[in-house]
Design a protein around this ligand. Structure first.
Ligand code: LLP
Length: 420
């Protein structure tokens, strides 16, 4: 559930009238609801109340500092995948001892930063990474707390490009070599083995793949303990899907929690979760303006002022986002449109062959469920400046990232001296 609703046919973010805001600050922009972030965190955390669980929000979903600060104030930790995300999480007030570091390509510099910060856990994804981490920790005279991310070879996720737990995927340590790598980890002086980690994909719409993977992980923990390994933690990653459109009913966090409690209860481990989309996805939307309506020979196009550089999910994953008018006319006729952006690529679309109410240029529309992997995956392609992010809290709003000026957009660029 989120806090974006019509009042008198005008879409509101909590108590803020979106059309009035759009007229004031200009489009396109992302708008987030603080109450929705808080609600989602509570729903997720409450599902696991009574269990020893750390919710480490996956920063990549939406990494705005103000968003991270909301989550910090709810007591969540963070799942980071780069030194940049680590710095953001710390800056926003997420304590280091609630931060886990995932990713297949951690550099020695990133390991140093994370060890110096004193993070809770490194999710190690390969044998060479384990050796490198041992070396870096040794040089810093520290011990690195480690879970090894295993690849359970389970297919899951809303799209081929966001499935991560099959043996063809680059993620995690091959199932067959996991025990040997744990044995190696125990030999390394600067590594402290803490747990097992997995993450099988994103936008997962049913519980079956979770169950298959988590049962395998439980079996591995039993094997590792037989080998004499102390396993105190099980990091189950993220991946719980959200509804993007009518008719999509992903598992409720309570059902997900029940399954997990059933599978993990005998293990006596701390559970770690890395939800991203479930927290941020429906807490934000992208507001854009209709610029032109164009009748092509085969299609009708609504050309809007947000492009694939602002929201790349449709282009990259054929993702569906509901589109609704910001000011609703209940008598409007419907037609079928491709909603496209201004970027010079045929893949620059928001929706294809979508039935939408007729609208006039200058009117605003909201692209729903854009709070996760929206702003965080945006770019300045076509030299389109990053768009503002707005946070709403009741009837207040704040610009939590402003639109850069041309000078700021090009601030890192230089003409070489030989050009005079
Ligand atoms: N943990 C790890 C190790 C991950 O790689 C991810 C997401 C998460 C947690 C969070 O997953 P979530 O709960 O958000 O599903 N850009 C794509 C999604 C890529 C997900 C990458 N990893 C999209 O827009 O659909």
């Amino acid at each position: 559930m989120h806090h974006f609703d019509y009042r008198d046919n005008r879409l509101h973010a909590e108590d803020v009238d979106i059309a009035a805001l759009a007229n004031k600050i200009g489009t396109p922009f992302y708008i987030y609801s603080e109450a929705t972030f808080r609600r989602h965190v509570k729903v997720f955390s409450n599902a696991f109340s009574g269990t020893d669980a750390l919710v480490a929000y996956s920063v990549k979903a939406n990494s705005n500092l103000a968003v991270l600060r909301i989550l910090a104030s709810e007591g969540t930790g963070a799942d980071v995948v780069s030194a940049g995300e680590l710095a953001r999480a710390l800056h926003a007030g997420i304590p280091a001892d609630k931060i886990v570091f995932s990713g297949v390509g951690k550099t020695t510099e990133e390991m140093e930063a994370a060890l110096n910060a004193g993070i809770y856990q490194f999710n190690v994804e390969s044998a060479p990474e384990l050796e490198a981490l041992d070396k870096v920790a040794g040089e810093l005279k520290k011990h690195a707390p480690v879970a090894i991310r295993v690849n359970p070879d389970v297919a899951a996720g809303g799209h081929d490009k966001i499935s991560t737990g099959r043996k063809e995927d680059k993620f995690g340590v091959a199932w067959g070599s996991a025990r040997a790598l744990y044995a190696r980890a125990r030999e390394l002086e600067n590594i402290e083995v803490k747990g097992v980690d997995l993450h099988i994909g994103s936008q997962i719409a049913d519980l079956a793949p979770f169950e298959a993977a988590f049962k395998k992980a439980a079996g591995l923990i039993a094997d590792l303990r037989e080998d004499g390994c102390r396993i105190e933690r099980l990091d189950l990653g993220g991946g719980l899907g959200i509804p993007y459109g009518a008719g999509e009913i992903p598992p409720h966090p309570d059902d997900y929690a029940q399954l997990i409690k059933r599978v993990t209860a005998p293990l006596d481990v701390q559970l770690i979760f890395e939800p991203g989309r479930m927290i941020a996805g429906n807490a934000g939307l992208l507001v854009t303006k209709l610029v032109y309506v164009k009748e092509g020979e085969a299609r009708k196009f609504m050309i809007v002022d947000a492009g694939m550089n602002d929201l790349i999910r449709p282009a990259l994953y054929d993702a569906h986002h509901d589109i609704i008018p910001v000011t609703r006319d209940l008598d409007a006729k419907n037609d079928r449109y491709d909603v496209v952006g201004p970027v010079c690529e045929s893949s620059d679309f928001i929706a294809k062959a979508r039935t939408l109410p007729d609208m006039k240029p200058g009117e605003f529309m909201a692209i729903m469920s854009a709070g996760a992997y929206g702003a965080s995956q945006s770019s300045q392609y076509n030299s389109r400046p990053l768009i503002p992010e707005i946070l709403v809290n009741g009837d207040e709003y704040a610009i939590i990232r402003r639109r850069p000026t041309f000078d700021e957009m090009t601030a890192l660029e230089r003409y070489p001296e030989w050009m005079g």
